[in-house]
Each structure stands twice: as C-alpha cells, then as structure tokens.
Design a protein around this ligand. Structure first.
Ligand code: V47
Ligand code: SF4
Length: 391
C-alpha cells in the first residue's frame, strides 16, 4: 500500500529547516543518523514525529495490525541477579518468598491449553541456579512432543548467558542444543539500556551489551528469529536510547534476524527505583514514533499492552506501532507486580480485535513469525460480537 504524505507535508511547513530536512529523509526513505535521532527526541513536535512514524508504518504494513494468541510460562521468579527496576524477582537467599515450577507443573500449564487455538508459548523468568540447561532442554522436548504445532519462544539472553556459562558450553553450542530440543525463537528481554553507564546503575551484574548482542547474533546465524526490547523512561538520556537503537540497527544490518522492537516503559511500583517518576504518555508516544523512524530495518514495532495499559496501547497505533502482542491470558506477573494497570492481563480475541478496529486499523491474527492465521479486517464488529468462539 502506498501511504500518502499530504499531512506530513503540511506539518513540514510548521517546523524549522533542520527538522524539515530530517522529515525529508523519512519521506524519501533515507536512513536517519544518530544526530537526527537525537534532534527528534530533543525538540521535534509530537505531531510531527507521529505523522512521520505513521507514514513509515503505513508504507510497511498499511493498516494491518497484528496480534497473536499466546500464553506465558514463568518457571520461577527466583533470580541470582539484582536489577534495580525489577519488582518481580526474589533473591535466591529468599527463595521461599518466590515460586519455582516443576517440569510437571509447567506441562500442566501447556496441557491446560489443549484444544485451544493458541499458537505460541512464551517462556521467561528469573535466573534460578538450579534450573539449568538440561532442565530446560527436557522441558522443551516435552512441550514439543505434546504439542508440535505450538511455537516455543523462550529465554532472554540474560537467562541464556547464565545457563550456558553454568553448563560450560559456548553460546554457539548452547544455542544449537536448545534449538535441537525445540526452541524456535528468542524474546527480546534483558536488553534494558545497552550503554555501560546506565547498566552500572540499573543492572550491573547481568550480561552486558556485547554478550546480549552476541547471543542474538548466534540465534540469527542458526536461522532463529528474535525480538529486541529497550527499557526506557528511568535514568537514561536520549543519547543512551539512540545508542541502544544504533547497536540494534547495526546487528540487524548484518543478520536481518530481528522481527520486532518492543520499547518497554519503566514502571516504578515496588522496586528499588520507585523514587524515579514514570514518564508521561506524550513521552511514550514520542518513544514509539522515533523507534519506528530510527529502526528502518526492523519489520515490526510492538506495544506490549500489559505494561502500557490497553488504552495507551491503542493510541500507539497512531505512532508507528503495528503489533499489540497477544491475548496472554493472565499468565504473566512481571508487570502487575511493577504497578501496571493490568493486574490480570488477559484480553479475549474479540477485545483485541475491537481495540484495533476502534483505532481505524485492520486486525490480523499472526503466528510468531508473522504468518497470517486469521484476517479480521473485513469482519464487522457486530458480526464478531455474535461469535461465541472468540471469547
Ligand atoms: O527485560 C522488568 C522488563 C523485560 C520492569 O519478545 C520491566 O515478545 C518495566 O522482555 N518496568 C522482560 N519493564 C519482558 C520482555 C518481553 C515482554 C513481552 C514480549 C516480549 C517479546 C518480551 O521486562 C525485562 C525488563 O526490561 N521489566 N521490570 C519494570 N519495573
Ligand atoms: Fe532477574 Fe530479570 Fe528481574 Fe533482572 S529483570 S532481577 S535478571 S528477573
């Protein structure tokens, strides 16, 4: 679909020459520099970056807005690391306050979805010293044997780095072993902010930027797709955000293995950074829009609604976002424990479809790799409301 530019051109007349030149680059498909990205963060009007991001989004995807039907397994919230922003983990020394699921309990979760049309299981949790590479290979094999059609997206680079070091295998060996056991793609967590000055303040003891990027590059070389996140809105500067996205853009140029970029808004509930105020909704929208403009080689931009809240997630669809993650089914605790509005995150397919349609977009259920499972774009909301299988 060829998106039109009249709105953008009108806005271009309202900004100064430097911003107009950046806008011109976006319209002509030229890549933005780090200095351009910084200028947009520092002083571009929100309406301007929003219109540009929407142009890029409509050129790439038209009105199509993806979601999937997924559930999470969180094996444990016991964690050897001490990220200051984390409201979810319990130190190993206090493990009686946390949870540790057995393989049996995790398989019970998988079995509870028998006969239900979910396409993905997302496995993510704390870093537990006793849940090692063999433990997770066994879990992957059991899930694969029980339900071969379920796509397994699992383990952040933080979990993988620890797992591989503990098992004394290289990243290349470890990734190949997990792939063989059934792992198909990696979620984007653990990236936070790559710059060492920020990592030293918020997550000093876990894998660094190079380690995170090496794990994702290795997965890409094994033909696995991965996502990338960025935890924004705390102690980082705009320059740190650009630095983070620049490192991702460079890796993507080399491998093309990233599917989706997911900005994650820092939530300050009940953690060691509760004194840091959360950023405004305008700042959220600016973040999404500039991510869409800067990461020109990422196919998709996702708003993770359990963290952002469903109304703000709906708004992001006008700021470059083309994916709202999934139905989730109340199977994650990371965000409710950090103070997010969604205490029991679950949306029925109908609710997600309605949310997307209300924003004037075309809802499409996808699988993890963005193949269409069901296109709802031509179905009227009234018809959907009458379909009992959608709830
Ligand atoms: O890395 C933890 C974040 C991430 C807080 O790839 C917090 O499809 C905000 O990466 N405020 C893990 N964020 C979750 C994650 C993810 C989620 C959904 C989809 C995908 C995907 C990946 O959660 C962590 C960290 O950045 N996080 N605490 C907090 N207080
Ligand atoms: Fe552990 Fe992840 Fe929480 Fe950091 S963010 S403390 S690695 S569970």
């Amino acid at each position: 679909m060829e998106a039109s530019t009249p709105g953008v051109e009108a806005l271009m007349q309202t900004v100064d020459g430097e911003l107009r030149s950046i806008g011109g680059k976006v319209v002509s498909g030229e890549r933005l520099t780090t200095a351009d990205g910084l200028t947009l963060f520092e002083r571009a009007p929100l309406a301007f970056v929003g219109a540009l991001a929407n142009l890029v989004r409509e050129r790439k995807h038209g009105h199509t807005t993806y979601f999937n039907r997924n559930f999470h397994i969180e094996p444990t919230n016991v964690c050897v690391f001490t990220c200051a922003f984390c409201s979810y983990s319990r130190l190993y020394a206090h493990r009686e306050e946390g949870w540790e699921l057995s393989t049996q309990q995790m398989m019970d979760i998988v079995r509870s979805y028998d006969g239900k049309p979910v396409t993905e299981v997302h496995i993510v949790g704390g870093v537990h010293p006793k849940m090692n590479l063999n433990f997770f290979m066994d879990l992957l094999r059991q899930i694969r044997a029980h339900r071969p059609d379920l796509h397994i997206k699992g383990f952040t680079a933080v979990e993988l780095d620890y797992m591989f070091r503990k098992a004394k295998v290289s990243v290349e060996e470890g990734m190949a072993m997990l792939k063989e056991a059934g792992l198909q793609s990696l979620p984007g967590g653990g990236a936070e902010i790559f710059h060492p000055d920020v990592r030293a303040q918020i997550c000093a003891d876990k894998v660094d930027a190079d380690g995170w990027l090496h794990i994702h590059e290795t997965a890409h070389r094994l033909s696995m797709h991965t996502n990338a996140t960025m935890l924004y809105g705390h102690v980082e500067t705009y320059a740190h955000r650009i630095d983070h996205m620049e490192r991702l853009r460079q890796l993507q140029d080399r491998t093309g293995g990233f599917n989706t970029f997911i900005p994650l808004k820092f939530r300050n509930g009940d953690n060691d950074m509760s004194h840091v105020a959360e950023v405004s909704v305008s700042e959220d929208m600016r973040m999404y829009a500039i991510a869409r403009l800067y990461l020109d080689n990422f196919p998709h931009l996702k708003a993770y609604w359990p963290m952002l809240g469903r109304q703000k997630a709906q708004l992001t669809l006008a700021f470059g976002v083309n994916d709202l993650d999934g139905t989730i089914d109340d199977s994650t605790k990371i965000y409710s424990m950090a103070g997010a509005e969604e205490q029991k995150p679950a949306m029925s397919t109908l609710e997600l479809v309605a949310l997307i349609k209300q924003a004037g977009r075309a809802p499409v259920e996808r699988d993890t790799l963005y193949h269409t499972v069901h296109d709802y774009s031509d179905v009227a909301l009234d018809t959907l409301l009458a379909d009992p299988t959608l709830n």
